[in-house]
Ligand binder design. Structure first.
Ligand SMILES: *Cc1c(COP(=O)(O)O)cnc(C)c1O
Length: 389
């Protein structure tokens, strides 16, 4: 057996190249003894907003808070409904539910795994008190921002984008996510393309009044000090995380390009072995492997995840085979949100959102982190092709 090991994600090589720069940034915060919000956070807000093409950035404690705060600003509460994709990380829907409102789930399309204007519209038709639409740019690929904005406008509700996995992704018009819509949420969880040394998040928006309100809500709705016109929460970003993120942001573009190069290399290896893209259903034959369609420019997929698809009855065996060959993988996500136990009272049933349910049975995420070596990519591809052939 090959002695190549391929973890799903290894953050150590990235850190090794940044040790000194990061130590210096952290030392600066320690010397200032300013740990919460403050100049490092403000500088990061300006830099992430500029990177994303937005006017304002509001740093907060996590990506989950960056989803929650705009909903709180809008006054979403009991009886209200917000449309979200069912095939996403939990917090997209959790942010709605914890405000007492109802997440109404939309299906995805199988080529990109994103919800579309059509699937979101179908979910919106089931709503009587729709307050917002929250599309997700899944795996690092922009959803149809224009089509979804038009849907929001026609229904008279805002669109709050979940861009937690997609910092730096560009849409069909070449615009960065976070710069085109009403708000976008970013996460700085360590596994994201721009990861902190713990937790962190940001909301971007072009609306100065909304930005002010979000800043107020992240400190218990306080403005001025100890006067509270609204009930918010403690959702502040730490200065140490901001200092680390500012260093990493300066290196983000080469990492994005490395992820894209890794994806192109996998694409070549898998397609040469007979795999087809996710645009072609598994039922149409060929090697029983579907790889992400690499979008044409100006679309920029930043591959937070590289997710392939195999027949449901072979997926878990493939995963075990990879583990045996020291290759990390993960299932994002095994249970669509409309079938989660905690949402049972909402009445979701198997069969309701078939594309998401099929994706949950058939997808597998492979190692894609920027520092992945050529021989590691070759080992991953060869091991998978060998198993499926
Ligand atoms: C990571 C993630 C979040 C939440 O971000 P945290 O920083 O972990 O709170 C929200 N939505 C999606 C799609 C994510 O991948």
């Amino acid at each position: 057996m090959s002695d190549v090991r391929v973890p799903l994600l290894d953050l150590r090589p990235q850190y090794a190249g940044l040790r000194e720069e990061i130590a210096e940034a952290i030392q600066g915060v320690l010397d200032s003894q300013q740990f919460v919000l403050g100049p490092e956070v403000e500088a990061l807000e300006a830099e992430v907003a500029a990177y994303s093409g937005a006017a304002h950035g509001v740093g907060c404690a996590s990506g989950s808070d960056a989803l929650l705060l705009p909903l709180m600003a809008l006054g979403v509460g009991p009886g209200d409904q917000v449309v979200v994709p069912t095939y996403t990380f939990f917090s997209t829907a959790g942010s709605v539910y914890r405000l007492g409102a109802e997440p109404v789930f939309a299906d995805i399309e199988p080529r990109t795994y994103n919800a579309t204007p059509e699937t979101l519209a179908r979910a919106a038709e089931r709503c009587t008190r729709l307050k917002a639409i929250m599309p997700v740019h899944l795996y690092g690929q922009a959803a149809d921002v224009d089509g979804i904005a038009a849907l929001g406008a026609s229904l008279g509700v805002p669109v709050y984008e979940d861009a937690a996995q997609a910092i730096g992704a560009e849409d069909a018009r070449g615009r960065r996510v976070g710069g085109a819509g009403q708000t976008a949420c970013f996460s700085f969880f360590p596994t994201k393309n721009l990861g902190s040394f713990g937790e962190g998040g940001m909301v971007t928006t072009d609306d100065p009044d909304l930005a002010r309100e979000l800043r107020q809500l992240r400190v218990h709705g306080m403005e001025p000090k100890y006067y509270h016109a609204k009930v918010g929460l403690n959702a502040r970003l730490h200065a140490l995380q901001a200092a680390v993120l500012r260093v990493k942001l300066r290196h983000l573009e080469p990492w994005q390009e490395a992820r894209r190069r890794n994806a192109s290399h996998y694409d070549e290896l898998f397609r040469n072995a007979g795999a087809r893209t996710s645009a072609v259903p598994l039922a149409e034959g060929g090697l029983p492997l579907r790889v992400p369609a690499i979008p044409e420019e100006p679309v920029r997929h930043v591959f937070n995840q590289y997710v392939v698809r195999v027949p449901a009855e072979r997926r878990d065996a493939l995963r075990a085979h990879l583990t045996e060959h020291r290759i990390g993988s993960e299932i994002y996500y095994p249970v669509p949100l409309h079938l989660q136990e905690c949402f049972r009272e909402l009445g979701g049933k198997p069969g309701d959102l078939p594309e998401s349910e099929a994706a949950a049975r058939e997808t597998l995420a492979l190692p894609i982190f920027p520092e992945l070596e050529k021989r590691q990519r070759e080992h991953v591809a060869a091991t998978i092709v060998d198993f499926l052939s």
